[in-house]
Design a protein around this ligand. Sequence first.
Ligand SMILES: [Zn+2]
Length: 337
Amino acid sequence: MDDQSRRCEANQAAAVQALAAGDLAHLAQAFADAGCTVGLPAPGMLQLSPPSAGKQAMRLLLSVGIHGDETAPIEILSRILHDLAQAPGRLAPNLELMLAVGNMDAIAAGRRFVEADLNRMFRDERGDLEGTAEARRADEIMRATAQFFDGGRENWHLDLHTAIRPSHYPAFAVVPDAIPAPAKRALLGCLGAGGIEAAILNSASAGTFSACTAERFGAVSATVELGQIGRFGCNDLERFSAASGMIDAFLTAGVPPSGAPPAVFRVAQQLVKHSADFRMAFDRTTWNFTKMQPGELIAEDGDVVYRVGSEPEYVVFPNPDVRPGLRAGLMVVESDI
Ligand SMILES: [Zn+2]
């Protein structure tokens, strides 16, 4: 490796570390120098508005690190932003951008969360989790988001995650079903352009960030799951080159790119863990999108029994370790838009 590529690699690593820590000052400076209006509305959040962005400019929110151990999206976004900051004029003139690094304390600790799952906090009803660090962080993120998405324009939000388990579809997304059909089609095309092979339409919000931005601000939003959890520096980013290309294309063209839409699924049932007695009929190594046959036992929780309905269902996000009262998994069926 020559000196220049070694320097380049060291810069990349420093950029990842800065983004992971929610330190966006360096990026803010690069875009401010290029004439952008720059805002730092909360720790770990950056807002960029190109000098020529009009009152009708589309707004895009990109969030990463809502779960602290999901490192690949932080590396992907860091690389895209690092390159863009070298040539800030590439940022589309008609696109306003906000970046959000979700849970910096959890990222620093290499854990999914510190006190409670941040991606269940984007709702008013939090019960006894109201006093947690994550509840405060969700409030902070939502205040900045409300200010960014203010007024009736086209708002987009991609919340980038990685799944806990292996998946029959390595890259998939969860899309709030309430998004109107034309926007949903544009979103599915955009996800398809990013190599997302499956999209789950979900009508229940479960307090996730993307459901919240769709419901409160009419955002065209999705939770995007890219591959599996890995440590910083150990992620194979080549696997996500399509997703990375999609985000870069969105940022530089100012409109979502379009590709062949992913396979579409719809939530058939939510598995809610009511008590500590909750037991799943399969083990925790089960892959996402594992197919189950009609009538098969899914889970038991005291008197509550979950079974597959009249058509085959696929298991997604099985996680029996959540707190009672929360979603321990989803069962989905094949669907049209
Ligand atoms: Zn996640």
